[in-house]
Write a protein that binds this ligand. Structure first.
Ligand code: GCU
Length: 640
């Protein structure tokens, strides 16, 4: 079941040792139950009586929920549906020996989100600019190589990893649907069916990104107008064929009117028209359309100070709430901009009470070190999910689904940086239980991946606050960007300052930041419900870490922390680069405790992180010393 040349990630043989020693009974039938049986046999367990472990399909725990009890020396997993039984099995794996120790009353488990999904930005072909996987930092695609499908054993192993953390849906291709990939919907559908077959035994349904222009580009029609009868018929017919080939197909993912992708605006129609037309085609089969809210003007003139990209998604979608069909899921990036290391939560998430909402996170580290920097994102996602955006309701409660852009590729460690596996793990665990402690999740991942003998403290030292460390040596106080244009790796403070992308910091000799207040700025702060609208509007109440997202302030502005903005920039960048050095030193303590190939890979990445963090520190500090003329109060060396 495990492909030889691939790292087992958090499911090494040792993780199954406790189960492997047991006699087990499985009560139930069906394909996923068979997967559980095969897993048990693969782990070395004996299907025999008297059982130490019973897994049973029974009761009313929902399709995905399960309960575990231990009484009189027998551990019993009960599940309402086959998927629940599979998840219950993996819970027992996670528990290890503890699952077979002591006695306890029933513990119930059920996912918070109905769909827990990973989106792959994979292309069939190697794209001339983006490579094969757009924003991919883990080698080529899992699904295609040289324009043809890959060996599916790898896909099956991937599905197994995902199921073990409760993921139940995967979209297999890039939201920017290029010419070749558009054909996955029609004449290349067999390739999608093959991936779906490989993932099905682990309860994962396959979704496909489609181009809104497909009726024209694939169907030969003159228009893709969503209100045109022929267009609707084309989508209905095409979708019918998809379901004839893949009966449990999940649905479509659509990036429309966004960064050059076609959409309903091109035909003078609204996003309701576009999304509902596709939803209508999918509805008879139980499919859904994930309609992305990442819609903004990417051809902005930097001289135009009235347009604010942060406002765009809310302006487009908030007025449409209540008009989407039931099987439309509006997929909203967690922040109003684009996956920066620090952003406020998107106000769109609170603006759509009558619409299904999926919150989209970026597991692939486009803006958080590209899997060259160790950056554990669990704490960031946890903050997002627990943010009380609308009264008592936090983001996790407002959201119906969680979607992550996958960080996995053809790399032997799956994720390029082996420590980035923790992000994939944490994504699944938080989608299942957004209230879970991200450091506890990390500990679980360490235990499963490296075993109990590893120096956990060293790994925690590297990863626990690695997101804040990354934030500290990159763009300050929520202002974002300052990355090299195009590939987005490494610093370039003014790289996007005069570009059309709407991502500016407005630093001058006196100050920095984007005024997004209602009083004097773009008014974005007004898109939030109370109290956040007032909190973000107020210079005194705005949290330090988001100050420059909402306000333009002088360098001498005193933060709530007591430091000035300029001193904060110097201090955090110097401390952040030092922390990168300390992370590398902490890894040294793991010498001999991890496999040599993994050790070598992590060392190479940590060396790069140390180099890159110093580069960030020096460029940012020098830039702001030159702009402001304000020296460091500590008198440390900053390049002038
Ligand atoms: C970012 C990213 C793009 C991607 C886009 C999206 O802008 O840089 O590569 O296509 O997000 O989410 O659609």
């Amino acid at each position: 079941m495990i492909v030889d040349d691939v790292h087992p990630a958090w499911l090494p043989e040792a993780a199954f040792r406790a189960i492997g020693l047991r006699r087990v009974r499985v009560d139930g039938d069906g394909p996923l139950v068979e997967t559980v049986r095969a897993e048990l046999v693969g782990a070395g367990a004996t299907l025999a009586e008297p059982a130490d472990l019973v897994l049973a399909l029974t009761g009313s725990l929902g399709e995905e929920g399960f309960a575990i009890t231990r009484r009189e020396g027998v551990t019993v997993v009960r599940a309402g549906g086959q998927a629940g039984l599979l998840y219950g099995f993996f819970e027992v794996v996670r528990m290890g020996e503890a699952a077979f120790t002591g006695e306890w009353a029933q513990r119930r488990y059920a996912p918070a989100m109905r769909r827990r999904m990973l989106d792959h930005w994979d292309n069939v072909d190697v794209h001339p600019v983006m490579g094969q996987v757009e924003r991919g930092y883990a080698g080529g695609s899992l699904f295609w190589h040289n324009g043809v499908p890959r060996d599916l054993a790898r896909v099956r192993s991937y599905a197994r990893l995902l199921a073990s953390v409760g993921i139940n849906a995967v979209a297999i291709n890039n939201v920017n649907v290029h010419r070749t990939e558009a054909h996955l919907l029609t004449d290349r559908l067999g390739e999608v069916a093959a991936v779906a077959a490989a993932m099905r035994p682990y309860g994962i349904r396959v979704h496909l990104s489609v181009s809104f222009a497909a009726p024209v580009t694939l169907g030969g029609l003159a228009t893709a107008d969503p209100l045109d009868g022929k267009v609707r018929d084309w989508w209905a017919g095409t979708t019918c064929e998809v379901y004839e080939t893949i009966p449990d197909f999940g649905g479509y993912v659509v990036k429309a009117d966004s960064e050059g992708q076609p959409g309903p605006f091109g035909y003078g129609r609204s996003h309701v028209d576009g999304a509902n037309m596709l939803a209508g085609a999918l509805a008879p089969f139980g499919g859904v359309v994930h309609w992305r809210a990442f819609v903004y003007n990417h051809r902005q003139d930097w001289r135009d100070r009235s347009t604010d990209r942060a406002r765009a998604a809310y302006e487009t979608f908030a007025p449409l709430d209540g008009q989407f069909r039931d099987n439309v899921v509006l997929q909203v990036k967690h922040g109003p901009m684009d996956f920066q290391a620090r952003e406020p939560v998107s106000p769109v998430i609170a603006a759509m009470p009558a619409t299904s909402v999926a919150v989209e996170l970026q597991v692939t580290q486009e803006y958080t070190g590209q899997q060259r920097h160790a950056c554990y994102l669990g704490p960031m996602w946890s903050e997002v999910l627990r943010f009380p955006l609308a009264g008592e309701a936090d983001v996790a409660t407002l959201a119906d689904e969680l979607v992550g852009v996958s960080n996995v590729g053809a790399d032997p460690f799956w994720t390029g940086h082996p420590l980035a596996q923790s992000n994939l793990y944490a994504f699944g665990r938080l989608a299942w239980d957004p209230a879970a402690d991200p450091l506890r999740i990390l500990d679980e991942w360490i235990d499963l991946t490296f075993g109990p003998a590893v120096d956990r403290a060293a790994l925690h030292e590297i990863l626990d606050d690695s997101w804040q460390v990354y934030e500290s040596y990159t763009a300050p106080l929520g202002v974002g960007w300052m990355v090299s244009p195009g590939h987005h790796y490494g610093p370039d403070v003014d790289g996007y300052e005069y570009s059309p992308w709407g991502t500016y910091h407005f630093a001058d000799r006196d100050g920095i930041g984007v005024d997004r207040t209602r009083a004097t700025g773009t008014g974005f702060a007004g898109q939030y419900p109370q109290p956040w609208s007032q909190v973000f509007e107020s210079l005194d109440r705005c949290p330090d870490e988001l100050l420059l997202f909402f306000h333009h302030v002088p360098y001498g502005h005193v933060l709530r922390s007591g430091s000035t903005v300029i001193q904060h920039i110097y201090d955090t960048h110097i401390a952040g680069a030092e922390r990168a050095v300390a992370m590398r030193a902490a890894w040294e303590r793991l010498a001999g405790q991890v496999a040599p190939d993994l050790d070598e890979r992590v060392r190479e990445r940590l060396d790069e992180q140390v180099r890159s963090a110093a580069q960030w520190r020096d460029q940012i500090n020098t830039y702001f010393l030159r702009k402001s003329g304000v020296p460091d109060t500590e008198g440390r060396h900053i390049y002038g």
